[in-house]
Design a protein around this ligand. Structure first.
Ligand SMILES: *Cc1c(COP(=O)(O)O)cnc(C)c1O
Length: 399
């Protein structure tokens, strides 16, 4: 016997829940790629993506996942041997740094550990020490999806400006674009990367690199950029195929068009951010209650630097895996695993779970996930404090 029959929910930090409208928009025969609707849809997506990023500058679109966006951004601004400064706040910061190294750049990592945001003052100190301006870019992950730490991008820019150092500010918003506030131009972000499968509610497969004129000028100084990854023709296509350097992601365009209608034209970006804020507070209220007793502990103690898109939780090994398995097998909801969080006594991810609360989500769905976790804690006799669901419901009611 299993209780899990019914609609399965993926409550992980990406891919996120896809709205039925998005899926239905994609359910169609192969469209004409020479003339007509698809060409108009691609052109209409560009300004709406810029609206979500809060930029008036440029966007290049790629068929790819978040890693593709990482590589695309790096190869358009770095030569072999260039240094990059990486204020690391978790697994994804280290991943981006590793990718920079593989293309011949030299990452200089400031490790902020696994439980806090970056400190702009220490980034500024490192830039101050680089009198020769070997560092060409600072790679910041706004929300590190592994730790769920959210860094203050505007404060980082201010600290960088105060040093007078010319390094580009490059920000990974893959986890949280459309969830946590991001104002690319106002905050002085030079390059920003995102994917379609998290806050943008579309099946994995499209990646975006936003860049301003300073970054575009840097691109022009490079010795070479591979023709596939070059952002220049993608951002300024003379022909339709140049958006993608080949065949368009036809069905993704229909899906993304629908998702952007929902975010930009129906709900509105500010309201989307606010909804994510309320739902995140509901998650934290439940976790505060559970943590009063037993092994549960939010990974980021300081609520000010928690993301509205994802929450990482410590529960101890092997309890984390047991709870996640119970939820998948008995409650029809799958939580995220821990990533790069391993302590010496937990070689894998058995002591962690993550709740993705990004994208197409309302109190009904979220309270279902939290209620299912409560059921799992009881079924597995994992000690926990009382009142989590009431606290979460109150947070939703408070708005
Ligand atoms: C998901 C994610 C990535 C990687 O995206 P993939 O689609 O898995 O390649 C990179 N950075 C952050 C912050 C992410 O959340």
């Amino acid at each position: 016997m299993t209780l899990a029959n019914g609609r399965h929910t993926l409550a992980i930090p990406g891919p996120s829940v896809m709205p039925d409208r998005v899926l239905q928009a994609m359910h169609r025969a192969a469209p004409n790629i020479y003339t007509g609707e698809l060409i108009d849809i691609a052109a209409s997506i560009v300004p709406d993506l810029k609206a979500v990023a809060q930029t008036r500058h440029h966007v290049a679109m790629y068929i790819g996942n978040g890693h593709a966006a990482w590589e695309a951004a790096l190869v358009n601004v770095l030569n072999v041997g260039d240094a990059v400064l990486v204020p690391a706040t978790g697994n994804f910061s280290h991943g981006w740094a590793g990718m920079a190294e593989r293309i011949g750049a030299v990452p200089q990592i400031i490790d902020f550990g696994k439980r806090s945001a970056l400190d702009p003052a220490l980034v500024a100190e490192a830039l101050d020490g680089d009198k020769a301006h070997r560092i060409k870019a600072v790679l910041c992950v706004q929300t590190d999806t592994a730790t769920s730490a959210k860094s203050d991008v505007a404060a980082l820019r201010k600290a960088m400006d105060a040093t007078g150092h010319p390094a580009l500010l490059m920000v990974d918003c893959i986890a949280c674009l459309g969830c946590d506030e991001m104002r690319m131009d106002d905050w002085g972000v030079d390059v920003m990367v995102a994917g379609c499968q998290k806050g943008l509610m579309t099946p994995p497969g499209m990646a975006f690199v936003f860049f301003n004129d300073k970054a575009a000028a840097r691109r022009k100084t490079l010795e070479r950029v591979s023709s596939y990854w070059d952002w220049e023709p993608r951002a300024n296509p003379a022909q339709f195929y140049q958006y993608w350097c080949g065949t368009a992601p036809t069905h993704h365009l229909y899906g993304l068009r629908e998702a952007l209608d929902m975010i930009v034209h129906e709900e509105g970006l500010e309201a989307v951010w606010q909804r994510h804020g309320v739902l995140a507070r509901a998650v934290w209220a439940a976790l505060d209650a559970w943590s009063a007793q037993g092994p549960i502990e939010m990974n980021i103690p300081d609520a000010k630097v928690r993301s509205n898109a994802v929450t990482s939780v410590r529960i101890g090994a092997p309890t984390g895996t047991q709870l996640r398995d119970w939820l998948t097998e008995q409650a029809g909801v799958t939580l995220g695993i821990g990533l790069g969080m391993a302590d010496p006594d937990d070689p894998a991810w058995h002591g962690f779970f993550r709740i993705g609360h990004m994208g197409h989500l309302n109190p009904h769905m979220l309270l279902g996930t939290l209620g299912s976790i409560e059921a799992g804690l009881n079924a597995l006799q994992i000690p926990h404090g009382a009142g989590a669901l009431e606290a979460a419901a109150k947070a939703c009611a408070a708005g």
